[in-house]
Write a protein that binds this ligand. Structure first.
Ligand code: V47
Length: 391
């Protein structure tokens, strides 16, 4: 056993070593401990037990397909009102989404798309044909689409239950649901920061039904607005209970609040120390989650590198080009848009871990894996040569 300076952490370390789930009081003690070094050591050990020295990354295309949204969340700087600020509206056609995905080639393993509660785009008539096109053109790419809030919105518009809409989405190729829309589960906070969004119960019901149907998913938590440590711990415990009821979450991603240009601007930025604690507490509370993701674009590359020493084992991945992500770029992130895969591996190796390329469901790939050539990628000369070989 490690010598711990804060005695409050001793019984917690014992539970962690024995695989006993931590209580709410334990979680609060972890957030409050002045002994951040011991917190980090415990979280790092928990990470190493799960994934050794591996740190995962994905060659990804990231697209925000629409910013029209009627949810009116107070923390959001991304949503555009289509009538009052039409100049800001970005609403991509299916052809534009497809073209954007293919803009920088086909060697990627995941396409990540989230948008808004947009009545014109969140419809099965738009998505099902587009998803089938993706699967035909890019059979090696996993579709990580929507948040549970978007799926709930689409289900209500089509008057379908969650089992029915998820079955439709799965049959057209949905592999993974993104973790957004969870915000903070506590109703008293939700009614202040996102009064028109799914409830916690609905969010969890979408994910649990998806898992029952074999669709994987991620979970997030937005922290750094008006919530307390108690609210954060309540959120983590509800996720842990949900994973026990209906397993299928792969990664938990803490989303640090970005204050620029939204109604919660007074809350300001989270501190680097709060970010690091958040990763460590998540790793220790969520003993039934395999992965804790430090998304470089959200907390920034340097904090995410430190987070790898505090329990995180994933840095998300590349974006295809330099203008794809808009949720965090509208709200003030300084992270930039583009890190290539070589640089990704270097960033992970630089802090002593082993980079491992993955897809949405954490199947592993050699770093230089490339997809089989698709007929549409062949130039005329290649087709002639291929026919000559066949003859
Ligand atoms: O639900 C919006 C968050 C989420 C702000 O599954 C904000 O791998 C901070 O789904 N400050 C959507 N957060 C993004 C999302 C996501 C992100 C990263 C990884 C994954 C994954 C999914 O973005 C929303 C909301 O919680 N968000 N505005 C803001 N100002």
């Amino acid at each position: 056993m490690t010598l711990l300076m804060d005695p409050a952490l001793r019984s917690i370390e014992h539970k962690v070593d024995e695989g006993i789930p931590l209580s709410s009081e334990d979680g609060i003690a972890l957030f409050r401990t002045p002994d951040v070094h011991s917190l980090g050591r415990m979280a790092r050990a928990a990470k190493v037990r799960k994934s050794g020295r591996k740190v995962f990354y994905v060659l990804n295309r990231y697209i925000n397909s629409t910013n029209v949204c009627y949810a009116g969340c107070k923390f959001c700087s991304f949503a555009a009102d289509e009538f009052k600020e039409s100049e800001r509206v970005v609403r991509m056609s299916a052809d534009q989404v497809m073209a954007k995905a293919l803009e920088t080639g086909t060697n990627f393993n995941q396409i990540h798309i989230v948008g808004g509660h947009d009545p014109r785009q969140l419809s099965l008539d738009y998505w099902l044909p587009l998803m089938r096109r993706f699967k035909e053109r890019l059979p090696h790419v996993q579709l990580s689409l929507f948040t549970a809030a978007e799926i709930d919105y689409m289900a209500r518009r089509h008057r379908l239950g969650y089992p029915e809409i998820l079955a439709e989405l799965k049959s057209s190729g949905l592999d993974n649901i993104n973790g957004g829309g969870a915000e903070i589960f506590a109703a008293e906070i939700r009614k202040q920061i996102c009064p028109n969004k799914v409830t916690a119960e609905q969010w969890l019901a979408v994910h649990e039904e998806a898992h029952r149907q074999g669709i994987a998913s991620n979970a997030t938590m937005l922290y750094g607005t008006i919530e307390s440590y108690e609210h954060r711990i309540d959120h983590l415990i509800r996720l842990r209970d949900s994973q026990a009821r209906s397993p299928g979450f792969n990664a938990f991603i803490p989303l640090a609040f970005h204050p620029d240009g939204n109604e919660l601007n007074d809350c300001g930025w989270t501190s680097g120390l709060d970010d690091i604690r958040m990763f460590a507490v998540a790793r220790l509370m969520l003993n039934n989650f395999d992965h804790i993701k430090a998304y470089w674009m959200i907390q920034g590359i340097k904090v995410c590198q430190v987070a790898l020493e505090f329990g995180a084992d994933d840095m998300d991945g590349t974006h295809g080009s330099t203008d794809e992500e808009r949720i965090y770029h509208s709200a003030g992130t300084q992270s930039g848009q583009y890190v290539d895969d070589r640089e990704f591996r270097r960033l992970i190796e630089e802090v002593g871990f082993e980079p491992v390329r993955r897809n949405s469901t954490y199947e592993e790939f050699a770093h230089d894996w490339a997809p089989p050539v698709h007929p549409e990628d062949l130039k005329v000369q290649d087709v002639v040569d291929l026919n000559a070989v066949r003859a």
